[in-house]
Design a protein around this ligand. Structure first.
Ligand code: AMP
Length: 356
């Protein structure tokens, strides 16, 4: 094995201790790795299943130095990690996926420019920093459209829909951020995503596209196989491969698509394991979490072929109170995150129902 291949027994550092960190830790442990999770909040889901847990802020540079010196590689479960924290970590060990991928995905403007430059379609967009920009953007993009924060948006947060140009002034007042883009509303017939992965030696593998249903900006269900033509699936997988290749990417990526008429429009990508890839836990031999661990430790990727049709459903907020009923239904695979506080919109768990 080459020097960049980590052996079982090595320690993987994970920034972020939510459910994605939890499931990454579990996958790492199955392959004999130890994990060290770094997270600002107390008792996060991943702290129950990691070998070491550090509770510290991302500007606690001493804690970050100690964290980096205790691990062999670092990855992350969410993309909004402050740059300063990454600068500290990078002095001592490698971070996968790369900072370039992270930088692009952190900013909706850079992300859309990057995707367009590769020749792929996004919603029409226009940068907005002032009220005059907004007026001009509405002229360019039209309505309906969505005003989004360039950074730190997730699960539909930081988004305001504009039905007509006359709402511009009110929407501008409502928006507290001033680093924005206006995006044309895509009249899609379906939403779907591809979870792709790339190893250190350039091997690429994609899971079957999953069809997604969102409510209030939050993912509710993913169904595989997606109701797409073979041609559409192939095109989406080829786009994913091209993005992975052009970023010299290492790890798992989640790319979200809209199907508009017959064309594929890219919404965004996440440089990490993705909620819409949770179906792989019960639909594939090697799931997205193991695939990510394999990639960042320099291992060969596993077999991503789908062996079952699956519907993944998220348990959001009060849905968690359905758990007893779900437990009684022995035919589904339940994944609970062990979060103590139930809040509206909070992802508490998910289940995979095997259709056949
Ligand atoms: P986002 O946080 O950008 O992924 O947006 C969350 C969800 O809002 C998406 O999955 C879509 O359902 C919807 N959405 C976001 N942007 C657009 C758009 N430009 N056109 C239509 N729907 C959108």
């Amino acid at each position: 094995m080459s020097k960049s291949v980590l052996l079982s027994g090595s320690t993987i550092g994970i920034l972020g201790g939510g459910q994605l960190g939890q499931m990454l830790s579990m996958a790492a442990s199955r392959l004999g790795f130890k994990t060290h999770v770094f997270e600002p909040s107390a008792n996060p889901p991943a702290s129950n299943v990691s070998s070491i847990f550090t509770q510290a802020e991302y500007d606690d540079y001493k804690a970050l130095e100690q964290f980096s010196s205790s691990v062999d590689v670092v990855t992350y479960e969410f993309e909004n990690i402050p740059t300063g924290a990454l600068d500290i970590i990078e002095r001592q060990c490698e971070i996968f996926p790369s900072r370039e991928a992270l930088k692009i995905s952190q900013d909706r403007l850079l992300e859309k420019e990057f995707i367009n430059k590769l020749g792929f379609k996004t919603a029409n967009f226009y940068e907005v920093s002032t009220q005059e920009d907004l007026t001009h953007a509405i002229d360019q993009v039209g309505t309906p459209s969505i005003l989004k924060t360039r950074r730190f948006g997730y699960d539909g947060k930081g988004q305001l829909k504009l039905e007509s140009a006359s709402q511009a002034e009110d929407i501008w007042k409502e928006s507290s951020a001033k680093d924005l883009i206006l995006e044309g509303f895509v009249n899609f017939s379906r939403e779907f995503s591809v979870i792709g992965s790339r190893s250190k030696d350039g091997q690429i593998s994609c899971f079957d596209p999953g069809e997604n249903v969102h409510k209030e900006g939050i993912l509710r269900t993913t169904t595989v196989p997606a109701n797409l033509t073979v041609q559409q699936k192939t095109e989406a997988v080829l786009i994913t491969a091209k993005i992975l290749e052009s970023l010299n990417y290492v790890g798992v990526i989640g790319i979200e698509f809209f199907l508009e008429k017959n064309s594929l429009v890219i919404n965004e990508f996440a440089p990490r394991v993705h909620n819409s890839g949770h179906w792989t836990q019960n639909g594939c031999t090697v799931d997205q979490f193991e695939q990510h661990i394999r990639a960042i430790t320099g291992w060969k990727l596993g077999n991503a072929e789908r062996h079952s049709d699956i519907i993944m459903e998220n348990l959001i907020g009060d849905d968690i109170y359905k758990t007893n009923k779900l437990v009684a239904d022995g035919s589904l695979a339940l994944h609970l995150y062990g979060k103590a506080d139930v809040n509206p919109g909070r992802k508490m768990g998910h289940f995979n129902r095997i259709k056949k």
